[in-house]
Design a protein around this ligand. Sequence first.
Ligand SMILES: Cc1cc2nc3c(=O)[nH]c(=O)nc-3n(C[C@H](O)[C@H](O)[C@H](O)COP(=O)(O)O)c2cc1C
Length: 188
Amino acid sequence: MPVQQPSDHFLFVVAGGRRDGNSEQLARRAALRLPTGATQQWIHLADFPLPTFTDARHGEAAWQPLAEGPGRALLEATLAATAIVIVAPVYWYSLPASAKLYLDHWMTWLRSPGINFKARMAGKALHGISVSSDGDPTLTEPVKESLRLTAGYLAMHWGGFLLGAGNRPGQVMTDAPSVAAADKFFLP
Ligand SMILES: Cc1cc2nc3c(=O)[nH]c(=O)nc-3n(C[C@H](O)[C@H](O)[C@H](O)COP(=O)(O)O)c2cc1C
């Protein structure tokens, strides 16, 4: 009897200052080609306002169990996924603050007792989907590399970086190279 493999479950974490922008539209196009049988969940970080990150790694206070709220919901969605896709426009050659804050909270989850975050993240995939004004990859290395190196730190698989070009919402979908790259992004 063949062993049942858990099917892929993709969590799309959408960041940035507007909804249904270029990054999300490009990601939704790419998601049309997810592996057969894969499930998907979409989260906009604006709907999960995280508290300011506090670095309590070396403090005296004991770690508290994670309270119910946006952080707990994001943690559970993150752990439930086999692949996490950060969908984020390029802001100042970098990730938008909401995406960065989400990743900063990974450090809290790494240190919180009873979660076993590091071991449970190992082996998941991390992908990045982004749009910048002109789609110049030489200017978006910081975004790609911060995600790729974060994946490495957590022993995740690096799933690659999809970069599109566009400025006004929807403009990326009129850029043929961006759309062609999206159509290939999740293909094996
Ligand atoms: C705060 C801010 C900073 C930006 N910084 C850059 C940048 O460094 N490089 C760039 O090419 N575009 C930059 N842009 C343009 C956006 O990346 C571009 O408009 C993108 O399409 C927005 O994606 P969205 O529609 O998913 O929000 C910036 C836009 C904003 C609002």
